[in-house]
Design a protein around this ligand. Structure first.
Ligand code: NDP
Length: 313
């Protein structure tokens, strides 16, 4: 049997990154996690890194302000996965990856790089609105650098992180579902795709040694989880045994209300607009030159929307 690739995870203490570390270890990869000296005395992050070490990961010291340290880290492995932050209400550091691309190019040994993507496919968002298009534009800058450097890649388009979207019944600004009321975005009938964050990590690690995903985009579209906001609300209503009061926010009102929000919130709101009013995640066929994760890996028993939502009861 072929050897499993050694993996370096950057941003391993993040919301998605910690799940990537767990999945990489769980699937039997030698797993290296970048420890940035900048995290200083952030006790939660240091404790998390130590717990990865106890589970068998290797911690590697390296900093984005020390290029040689990145080159040295990258030289230890076959595959690099970056999960650096890219949500403005938390932090957005997507372009820092250009330094990582340079390090991977210089090191010359990496068989696959997975940049921090894990959302809407930025290649399909050429006409995205301001200010949220910055997320897609920056991710495309990184893609171009990867491709110009000739680095083998896989781009993972993970659709909606379930915690953000199911947790809030698809309403921006909410991550816990109400038992009384929901505001539908428009008619609430546009389909979106919700994925358990641990499943995103499982599928992502599955792709790294798979020749079928080399230099391709992999969309994660678990078939049972392609649902409209109304359908998500119905699942929640079934679980709580009660109907919610519903109101609706027409598109023009949603867009007008954005003006009162700060920049970071506006970025997030335009993403919700594309997903929930325009259906940007599910309104296209995957087509040639890309793959779909649940078809590639039918052995993964992904979490259904209903099972994910039981945690909020
Ligand atoms: P986090 O906000 O949890 O941050 C991840 C890591 O980024 C941190 O742990 C940290 O790594 C690293 N980081 C932050 N600032 C810096 C810096 N200045 N220098 C170096 N490293 C830094 O990220 P998320 O898990 O929320 O996001 C990961 C990806 O997932 C992004 O591409 C994002 O766009 C996407 N995403 C998609 C969503 C969806 O619904 N589809 C929802 C949320 C995110 P360290 O361990 O070194 O401290």
């Amino acid at each position: 049997m072929a050897m499993k690739s050694k993996v370096l995870i950057i941003g391993g203490t993040g919301y998605l990154g910690k799940r990537l570390v767990k999945a990489s270890l769980g699937q039997g990869h030698q797993t290296y996690v970048l420890h940035r000296p900048e995290i200083g005395v952030d006790i939660e992050k240091v404790q998390m890194l130590l717990s990865f070490k106890q589970q068998g990961a290797h911690l590697v010291s390296g900093s984005f302000s020390d290029q040689q340290s990145l080159v040295n880290a990258v030289k230890l492995v076959d595959v690099v996965i970056c999960a650096i932050s890219g949500v403005h209400i938390r932090s957005h550091q997507i372009l820092l990856q250009l330094k990582l691309v340079d390090a991977i190019k210089e090191a010359g040994n990496v068989k696959r790089f997975l940049p921090s993507e894990f959302g809407t496919d930025p290649a399909r968002m050429e006409n995205a609105m301001e200010p949220g298009r910055v997320t897609f534009d920056d991710k495309m800058v990184v893609r171009r650098a990867i491709e110009e450097a000739g680095i083998p890649f896989t781009y993972v388009s993970a659709n909606c992180f379930a915690g953000y979207f199911l947790g809030g019944l698809c309403q921006p600004g909410f991550i816990l579902p109400s038992k009384d009321h929901v505001s539908l975005l428009g008619d609430g009938n546009q389909k979106a795709i919700y994925v358990d964050e641990d499943d995103i990590a499982t599928y992502t690690i599955k792709t790294i040694d798979d020749p079928r995903t080399l230099n391709k985009t992999v969309y994660i579209r678990p078939p049972k989880n392609i649902l409209s906001q109304r359908e998500v609300v119905q699942i929640w209503e079934k679980l709580i045994g009660k109907e919610l009061h519903k109101s609706s926010i027409p598109a023009h009102e949603f867009l007008a209300s954005m003006k009162d929000q700060n920049y970071a919130e506006q970025v997030g709101l335009t993403h919700y607009y594309h997903v929930c009013y325009e259906g940007c995640l599910a309104n296209f066929e995957i087509g040639e030159g890309a793959e779909e994760a649940s078809k590639l890996y039918p052995e993964v028993k992904y979490t259904s929307v209903e099972d994910y939502m039981k945690r909020y009861l």
